[in-house]
Design a protein around this ligand. Structure first.
Ligand SMILES: Nc1ncnc2c1ncn2[C@@H]1O[C@H](COP(=O)(O)OP(=O)(O)OP(=O)(O)O)[C@@H](O)[C@H]1O
Ligand SMILES: [Mg+2]
Length: 349
């Protein structure tokens, strides 16, 4: 894996030139006059204008940052976070690869990548030993963004991998052998802690955990942290939880605020200041094969992912602390009892 993507200097403003003053959350698809540009040119321009930080540029990482987006709890926003952060980083001029490691193939769908059964996919890489470069496809709408798609074949991989040599490190080897320069690799994990997720944890240095701001938000987190510890202890000493992102935050509810507060007080520095609001635009975008960055660049969802990506880039690989699992689940559980019978800690084991 080459990590000299930064040879070109800092991640630059993808759309240089003058900016309008009207930046901010009200720049949206519905309110803007039609533009004659290409769709992606318009989208990128709007996204960066909406961010309101034109020309600031983002630092490129010294080495490729391989980030594992994991949480075995289903539907917490892993895929949404993977594709939207990846698009945000690419719109800032980074070279970003999304590895779809979920047999559901949702990340591939959201990036508009064909992933029917015959398409060369991450299954071929993991099980057949194909080079990653044979399956990576460019994402049409966003320059610098690439995807290694998942097909339904991947559903059998958990079992097929069991009997293969170096079954836990097949993705890591494929990434190491990948020749293209990249700033970021984001790996979208399935909602389980099987061999696919273990392959991701062995391949990456950083774990990014999306946490949904609702009841049971921390359910199973202890198990994930224990797995991170196990992989760090036995297979990948670099591995650490660097980033926690609060997703589907509904500012109107007290519960969301309570959950956010709890997560922040427990994890502190790893939690990004930016949280992702619940947004219809975010949930609509995948059905158009798009990220929210191109679907509605001025929406609150797009802005928050851009901001989260910016925070992530500025913190750099060493920005987070090492989250050690030290039996703190009990502490979480105790604290959560004050939330009554719907304690979000239920299920933390
Ligand atoms: N901020 C948000 N606002 C509104 N809807 C959202 C938001 N984030 C995610 N969603 C929606 O919630 C659902 C679950 O999100 P997503 O698929 O990203 O979760 P996941 O953790 O990848 O799920 P799985 O565990 O099945 O892989 C999707 O329908 C998605 O569109
Ligand atoms: Mg998913």
């Amino acid at each position: 894996m080459r990590s000299d993507a930064n040879a070109a200097g800092p991640m630059t403003d993808p759309v240089p030139g003058p900016r309008s003053e009207s930046t901010g959350g009200d720049v949206s698809r519905e309110t803007l006059p039609p533009m004659d540009d290409t769709p992606i040119g318009r989208a990128a321009q709007l996204a960066v204008e909406a961010l309101g930080r034109a020309g600031e540029g983002l630092p490129r990482p010294d080495q490729t940052r391989v980030m594992v987006v994991a949480n075995q709890k289903g539907g917490v926003g892993k895929t949404t976070t993977t594709v939207n952060l990846a698009a945000s980083l690419a719109l800032h001029g980074g070279r970003v690869l999304v590895v779809d490691l979920d047999p559901q193939g949702n990340a591939s769908t959201a990036l508009g990548i064909d992933h029917h059964a015959e398409v060369p996919s991450i299954y071929d890489v993991l099980v057949e030993g194909k080079p990653l470069s044979d399956v990576v496809q460019p994402v049409h709408d966003v320059e610098g963004l690439f995807c290694a798609p998942a097909t339904i074949d991947l559903a059998g991989a958990e079992i097929e991998l069991v009997s293969l040599v170096a079954r836990e490190s097949r993705l890591q080897r494929a990434i190491e052998a990948y020749e293209q320069p990249l700033d970021y690799i984001l790996i979208d994990c399935p909602p389980s802690l099987g061999l696919l997720t273990v392959n991701a944890l062995v391949a990456g240095a950083e774990v990014l955990i999306p946490i949904q701001c609702e009841y049971y938000a921390l359910e199973g987190l202890g198990q994930l942290l224990r797995n991170v510890d196990l992989v760090r202890g036995h297979l990948n000493p670099k591995l650490h939880v660097s980033t926690i992102l609060l997703t589907m935050y509904d500012g109107r509810t007290r519960l969301a605020a309570q959950v956010a507060e709890e997560v922040r007080s427990h994890f502190g520095a790893e939690v990004l200041r930016t949280s992702i609001p619940r947004s219809v635009r975010i949930s609509e975008a995948p059905s158009y094969g798009q990220t929210v960055l191109t679907y509605d660049p001025g929406s609150s969802g797009a802005l928050s992912y851009l901001e989260a990506a910016r925070e992530m880039a500025l913190r750099g690989a060493g920005g987070g602390l090492n989250v050690e699992y030290d039996g703190q689940d009990a502490h979480i559980a105790r604290q959560n009892n004050e939330y009554g019978q719907h304690s979000m800690s239920e299920g933390i084991k």
